[in-house]
Ligand binder design. Structure first.
Ligand SMILES: Cc1ncc(COP(=O)(O)O)c(C=O)c1O
Length: 402
């Protein structure tokens, strides 16, 4: 009998199918197509009667191996078979899934506090194409029920928990139950957590999307994304077909970089979480900090919910300084160790100003309604020595006038 192995071992070892070669690490196949031994074989692979690769946009052994591993990790210990499609970015994962599972007129129900690019995709690309989007407070279960009741065309409930950048959480189990009772599917963006910290599939969610660009790769050297779903037929037919025809496929190089990053995922997530907790406590007790949003803090309104849904509290937090935007700008200019960069989930500590960067195209009213204020600063706490991170934050805070 095959021995079942742990989450961390899956991360480190190659995928289950190593039949093509005995390469110790995942090989990269830099080829745009695959040739056939005979005409008959080519026809059989094209028709689907024989398994095999055809053309780079449709798949590649490197991509297949990494996709399979991501599926194993996201459904780890859940006794669930999932389908996984690897794509060219986190945004490609979201747009491919929407095009694959919605018909024109079907409505997306979501929250106002999402990654800014996702809000923009929904508002300025999908809505004009005939996929209306409805923003509501997903913590208000009665409000959600009312939307589902009055609008039978709501076919997809979409959320992030914790959300980017406010760290507000939603109750995945309750929302999924409610959505399912109205025939509405549910998709969670699990980029902030990774399956090491949180498994939305465990709460009944139908699809999980990731920007693998972030923690799954972890080293800031690749842009890619993935879609994982429990409806195997839908994943193999519609989602795969949409990826293939829209050309949102991943490439073998980025897939390989994900597989390399995954090897240390549990170690990194533990250290990110440990460091972020230390940073959150430091900021919370600092006189120049007005508010800290970190789900690991007892003071965070969603701490209990996060405890139910997450194994650790992760590396992401945001905070507001006394003095708002002006103080925030002084603080960010003064940082010498932490890095100003519009990404997150890398091994180094990254700082970002959502209002002028990731959320600059989200209408200000929608931003403010969802507490993405002008002065909010987002911190992606890295895995460096904690003393260096705290020292830099401390000296930068000291430059803010009292
Ligand atoms: C939560 C979340 N989802 C999706 C994305 C989009 O990912 P990508 O940049 O890989 O397209 C981002 C990007 O920052 C994000 O933070």
């Amino acid at each position: 009998m095959k021995q079942s192995i742990g989450f961390g071992s899956h991360c480190v070892h190659r995928g289950p199918d190593r039949s093509t070669t005995r390469s110790h690490t995942t090989p990269i196949y830099p080829t745009s197509s695959f040739d056939f031994a005979t005409l008959e074989q080519g026809q059989a692979i094209f028709s689907g009667s024989e398994k095999g690769h055809l053309y780079g946009r449709f798949g590649n052994p490197t991509i297949d191996e990494v996709a399979e591993k991501l599926g194993i990790l996201e459904s780890f210990a859940l006794d669930l078979e999932v389908g996984t499609v690897l794509v060219s970015s986190g945004m490609a994962a979201i747009s491919t899934l929407m095009l694959a599972c919605l018909q024109p007129g079907d409505t997306i129900l979501t929250q106002g506090n999402l990654y800014g690019g996702t809000t923009e995709l929904f508002r300025s690309l999908l809505a004009p194409l005939g996929f209306p989007v409805h923003f509501t407070d997903l913590k208000d279960m009665e409000g959600v029920q009312q939307v589902l009741q009055t609008n039978p065309r709501v076919k997809l409930l979409y959320f992030e928990t914790p959300a980017n950048p406010t760290m507000a959480c939603v109750d995945m189990e309750a929302l999924t139950k409610l959505a399912h009772s109205y025939g509405c599917r549910v998709d969670a963006d699990n980029t902030f957590c990774t399956p090491y910290i949180q498994q939305p599939l465990a709460f009944g969610v139908d699809f999980v999307v990731h920007s693998t660009t972030k923690y799954l790769n972890g080293h800031g050297n690749s842009v890619a994304g993935c879609i994982i779903g429990r409806d195997l037929a839908l994943m193999q037919d519609s989602v795969f077909r949409t990826m293939k025809l829209a050309g949102t496929n991943c490439n073998p190089w980025d897939a390989w970089l994900i597989s390399n990053g995954l090897k240390t995922l549990p170690l990194r997530m533990e250290r990110h979480s440990e460091n972020a907790m230390r940073v959150a406590h430091f900021l919370e007790s600092h006189p120049k900090v007005e508010q800290v949003n970190y789900v690991g803090l007892l003071s965070h309104p969603d701490h209990q919910l996060a405890q139910k849904q997450m194994k650790r509290f992760g590396g992401m937090l945001s905070f507001e300084l006394t003095g708002g935007l002006e103080s925030g700008e002084t603080f960010m200019r003064s940082l010498a160790f932490c890095i100003l960069a519009p990404t997150m989930g890398d091994v180094d500590t990254l700082v970002m100003h959502p209002a002028s960067m990731s959320h600059r195209n989200v209408p200000r009213a929608l931003r403010l309604e969802n507490e993405i204020t002008d002065g909010l600063i987002r911190l992606s706490v890295g895995i460096e020595n904690i003393e260096d991170i705290l020292h830099d934050l401390s000296q930068a805070l000291a430059t803010i006038p009292s």
